[in-house]
Design a protein around this ligand. Sequence first.
Ligand code: NAP
Length: 296
Amino acid sequence: MAEKIGFLGLGIMGRGMARNLIKAGFDVTVWNRTAARVDEFVQAGAQAGATPAAVAAACDIVFVCVSDTPDVEQVIFGENGASGGLSAGKLLVDHSTISPQATKSIAERVNALGARMLDAPVSGGSEGAAKGTLSIMIGGAAEDIERARPYLQAMGKTITHVGEQGAGQMVKLVNQILVVGNMLAAAEALLFAQAGGLDLSKALSAVVGGAAGSWMLSNRGPQVIARDWRPGFTIDLQQKDLRLALTAADSMGVPLLGTSMIFNLYRTLQQQGLGSEGNHALVKALEHLAGLEIGK
Ligand code: NAP
């Protein structure tokens, strides 16, 4: 029998994910810090929880998708946090991208309440969240993943058990190192094409299906050409993920030369007040260096 599902955090990602759970016919209770965001879910058939604690008390499995490590800690252990409703037999699934190290200690605290926890960060952007095609990388126990699988399948297409608690977050950072490298390559290539006087859309369609293709190039390349900086994923959150990757790399003694350069390019954009633009606005940092703008 389907379990009662809670969803905490209805931002760009959580919104699409919760919608897909409701669409799949599950019994869903939602909560969001900014309460106005809950209304459309109630209209779609969900129940509204008053606090994370109330949602956790009323539900068997609680999914979380908020911004950063302190936010997950706040939603779970803060005032009226989910921990107030977590007890033996309950399962917490964290879809946020946060510190792998902090995840291990959050999981220990959740386990100490008798509840279980999976770290299950996602990839696939706002598009993947809306379409239910996310890649979900999961750290934790196999039996907990099997229990959550029907719900994960409503939100994602590729569900991979990658190791113990914390391993999901480590793999997500692997993902982010790849994402920003691909974005830098796409931005640099488009700027080069612009300098060469090429038709950018034609150049993009000529290369996107070949060996140079990437999700960033196909999805964000056209947005760069159109100078459409609306975020699927913001610069501020991208910067947060690179900080997590660089902190983990530092603790392991691994140099990440390219990633630290991109981290600093993003920082220049944050300093210009562009943190809420999409992460593909990385191209603007290169434009400033080149004294050249795409589409101009
Ligand atoms: P977002 O649109 O900025 O939404 C953030 C959500 O977290 C909102 O619901 C916000 O509530 C809530 N929140 C933040 N701090 C909180 C706190 N202290 N207490 C309670 N709620 C809090 O971000 P998003 O793009 O959905 O990203 C969510 C997570 O998914 C992040 O960890 C991100 O790295 C990860 N992610 C994002 C993408 C993407 O493409 N967007 C892809 C993969 C993974 P309010 O509505 O009140 O602000």
